[in-house]
Design a protein around this ligand. Structure first.
Ligand SMILES: [Zn+2]
Length: 306
């Protein structure tokens, strides 16, 4: 039996856990992400936590799921936004190895979540699937034959920046008409606000949950916007299916918490629009591990890399 110290680095918290090779969580907690010099402070706090774990358990390796662009060969952060100030360039694996003599394995958070779902979540037993997170933006990971498909530079799976509307809305990435401009939770909010303005309807403090409440109450405008939003979500799912034929698409992130009603709506519209030769064997399902997907994925990745 091996024990892995796992971390999931996000902009607000760093979650950590001790997971064994059976996939049992032995301990789990979190601490606030450092607000400065993350390049130094994040690996330092990780080493402290592993040392604490070592007082009671034998640790065989370290698995890290993290926000930002990752070079998982080197275990380094290639680029991170200012949500984690000064994190770009962090040499996580090298530092941990130097301080603790343990091997550390680093993967980006969407890829880690996909591995977590394959190991202990919605995609158990699946060899191939695509995992998508619909949140502020849209993230994606492709699993083929039980392994992450990462492309030649490790960047494959950026479904959020698949163009669904040439000359469409400007995206943060510099292009126009990206999927996440239309099908993320923040897109739903923007679309609802725009519709309210057009109709001269007052609104304040609107968020995804409030829009969904209005949808379920039968509010006409909210339903119109939601229907258009579902159309955009399905556009991307159909394109992904026609390119990859993954059989299963796992969706996590904010909007997926709507659960069954959302997935029924998506599957119905998907079957109407995708080619029958694909849709017959394709299912779109809800991610189940929620906040633990990253640590499970980090553990799985480390166990399979040791
Ligand atoms: Zn984009």
């Amino acid at each position: 039996m091996k024990n892995i110290a796992c971390f999931d680095v996000g902009g607000t918290f760093i979650k950590y856990a001790l997971i064994n090779s059976e996939g049992e969580i032995i301990l789990k907690d979190k601490y606030p992400s450092p607000r400065e010099n993350c390049k130094v402070n994040i690996p330092k706090t990780m080493v402290e936590k592993v040392k604490e774990m070592q007082e009671s358990y034998e640790i065989h390796g370290v698995g890290i799921s993290t926000a930002g662009q990752v070079d998982s060969e080197k275990g380094e952060i290639v680029f991170a936004t200012e949500n984690l100030p000064g994190y770009t360039g962090a040499k996580l694996a090298e530092y941990i190895n130097k301080e603790l003599g343990l091997k550390a394995f680093v993967e980006n958070d969407v890829n880690a979540a996909a591995l977590g779902e394959m190991w202990k979540g919605a995609a158990q037993g699946k060899k191939s699937f695509v995992c998508i997170t619909l949140g502020t933006g849209i993230g994606g990971a492709i699993v083929a034959d039980g392994k992450l498909f990462k492309g030649i530079s490790g960047s494959a799976g950026e479904v959020g920046h698949m163009i669904v509307n040439e000359r469409g809305e400007k995206c943060n990435c510099g292009m126009e008409g990206c999927y996440e401009r239309y099908a993320s939770t923040s897109a739903l909010i923007r679309q609802y606000e725009a519709a309210c303005k057009e109709e001269g309807i007052e609104y304040s403090d609107i968020n995804g949950e409030k829009i969904m409440e209005l949808v379920h109450k039968g509010d006409v405008l909210a339903n119109k916007v939601y229907e258009e939003f579902l159309y955009h979500v399905v556009t991307g799912l159909v394109s992904i299916t026609h390119i990859l034929d993954p059989g299963t698409i796992v969706i996590g992130g904010g909007i997926s918490a709507q659960g069954e009603s959302f997935f029924q709506a998506i599957n119905k519209r998907f079957k109407e629009r995708a080619m029958k030769s694909y849709s017959d064997h394709t299912e779109i399902i809800q991610a189940v591990l929620k906040n633990d997907a990253g640590i499970y994925g980090a553990a799985y990745f480390a166990l399979n890399s040791l």
